[in-house]
Write a protein that binds this ligand. Structure first.
Ligand code: DQA
Length: 154
């Protein structure tokens, strides 16, 4: 962002259920890095683009819905790994549909290559795009995608 008169855009990174257990949880699938490690990657990428990264993790659907609602008129973008809520939370779908900024869905694993219940995302239809299957690398890619998308719409 070029103008010194504007406050830096906020990117809200949202982490859903069980992502607080990353590092210990099914490391064969999700790796050994912790959520804090992934947030640090996202924060570094956000810094490089002049964004302010805010992060929130919750195991509760309603808290995530409220976080998306609070992002209205506050954040320029939402990057969301909704965990298992990805596959069935129409409440998160609706909250994101009411958010005007850029939305990037992210997953460490590639849900399309896993059990059938993971093949549906109810978030994807209200996201600008999805990054999945690249592990922690995806967090940096997601911020890069936000930057590209925002520069397109300027
Ligand atoms: C996940 C994939 C989801 O299917 C799963 O429920 C998760 C993590 C991922 O990052 O790969 O909790 O979102």
């Amino acid at each position: 962002m070029s103008s010194a008169n504007h406050t830096p855009p906020v990117v809200l990174l949202l982490s859903g259920p069980n992502l607080n257990l990353l590092g210990e949880r099914e490391p064969d699938i999700y790796g050994r890095a912790t959520l804090e490690d992934h947030v640090a990657v996202a924060r570094r990428a956000a810094d490089e683009h002049g964004f302010v990264l805010e992060h929130r993790q919750s195991n509760f659907e309603g808290e995530l819905v409220e976080a998306v609602q609070a992002a209205r008129n506050h954040a320029a973008a939402v990057v969301i790994n909704a965990g298992a809520l990805t596959h069935y939370s129409w409440a998160l779908h609706d909250a994101l549909a009411a958010f005007d900024g850029v939305v990037v869905e992210i997953h460490l694993s590639n849900p399309a290559a896993r059990e059938p219940f993971r093949h549906t995302s109810v978030i994807a239809p209200v996201a600008d795009g999805v990054i999945a299957g690249f592990g922690g690398l995806g967090y940096g890619l997601a911020i890069e995608a936000v930057a590209r998308k925002m520069s397109e719409s300027r």
